[in-house]
Design a protein around this ligand. Sequence first.
Ligand SMILES: [Zn+2]
Length: 516
Amino acid sequence: MPHIATEMKKRSLILVTVDCLRADHVGFLGYPRPVTPNLDALAANSIVFSNAIVAGAPTYFSFPAILASRYPLALGRDVLGIAPNEPTLASALHEAGYATAAFLAGNPYLGRRFGYDQGFDSFQDFLTGGTLGEPASSDLAPQSGLSKLNRLIEAGSRRNPLSANAYDELYFWYCQWMSARQDIPMDKLRRYPAANVIVDQAQSWLSGLGDQPFFLWLHLMDPHHPYYPPAEALAALGLPRITARRARFLNSFWNRGDIGPQRLQRHRKEILSLYDAGVYWVDKQISRLVEALQPLQRWDETVLAVTADHGEAFLEHGDRYHSPTSLPEYLIRVPLLLRAPELSGRRLLEEPFSLIHLAPTLLEAVGVAAPDSFQGRSSWAQISAGTLPGGPVITECVDGCCNPIRPEDRLRPRLMAMREREFKLVINFREGRDYLYDLKNDPAETSPLPPGDHMRERGRLFQAARMHLQRTSDKHKTDLRLRALLRDLQQSGKMTAATQASRSVDEGRRASVRLM
Ligand SMILES: [Zn+2]
């Protein structure tokens, strides 16, 4: 009898990453405000991770693990992004015959410049050269002659702290008064495309696909500051009183650098409402995407993963946004939901799961082999059976590196967290100190355990840190590192093509001592 090769139909994959989405702000992980009704419904037949932990934070330290299953500092702390030709989730699927597309809502650290387009047939990052964050006060500053006068007054006020404070206060309210005179709608205030724009693009790409298996990556920025959710999302959450004008005031207030957490607390609740409305909008648009797959008959063969690159701070320890100056739970613990067509019922996995394992796990879920360079391992077989191994997971970043474009920012000391279900050790190399937290009894990490306490746990987590440092400074990565450095040198545009290669080799040699 002749052998008839029957190839199993390949499954498609959608990865949705949501910038700044905290694990404790989604309904399927217990948030009481109804911000994620659609994801909650999906979670009823999915694998849900209550302790998914990013491998680095923020964006630029998180994504190398999500896309390339590689720890962010494994190529040296001066390398940013994905190295040229570094294997990724996208490149593995592309080589396996998948149509691949990425639609990213304009995060400057996820652009072509940092290699994130590799492996995608279609890559749209919506970058218009803008920066993240709140407009500087100067956007609202007095004009022309008044501006000169203002500078003189400011210089005078800086001579003593009391008059400096008074100046800051007056200046803030002056800017508010100026901005209140302009009526700018929420959609104009937003710094990046809202999730509906990204989903529209994805839908139109999907509709032209035919029946080829596909990989689609969406990065949504709605919960990222400045917080300007669509008015429809605010209305749906019963918050119609937060108008565009009010949101503009709240964002300016929240961004003040001249006042402390105590005064910022005054508007924390409203800021959280704006953030939650962003999450609501993301949820609604993911549901639109799922609905679009149904008539195309693709939903029944699609694996969907929804997660985040890091969380967000709302004054828990006095801080805002997501600077890597510490690695608290609200920054490193993110939602993770995995939906596969054959799953029924909700499976809740409570052991820590590192996003370093996400890419190989997703590849196994669709039946494609993971590249050898991946540092994570697939957990698909285990998680489909409802279990996870319990070992510590590791998050690393460069302490206080808020502007990774500046090389000197990236060369600061390392910050690491080793996270088990109950204990978490944070090592701050700059301070030369470590902090052990008992997450079971102190989930908000209000006070580290006294030094000398819990030596067994401390020893175990230190050992995990040591092994991690040894493993991730693996010499096999040197080639990727040199390629990434060469790209950075080329992009710096300061050298002629003839000098680039020799400089990069020198740079590489010198830099290999900085791998730790
Ligand atoms: Zn981010």
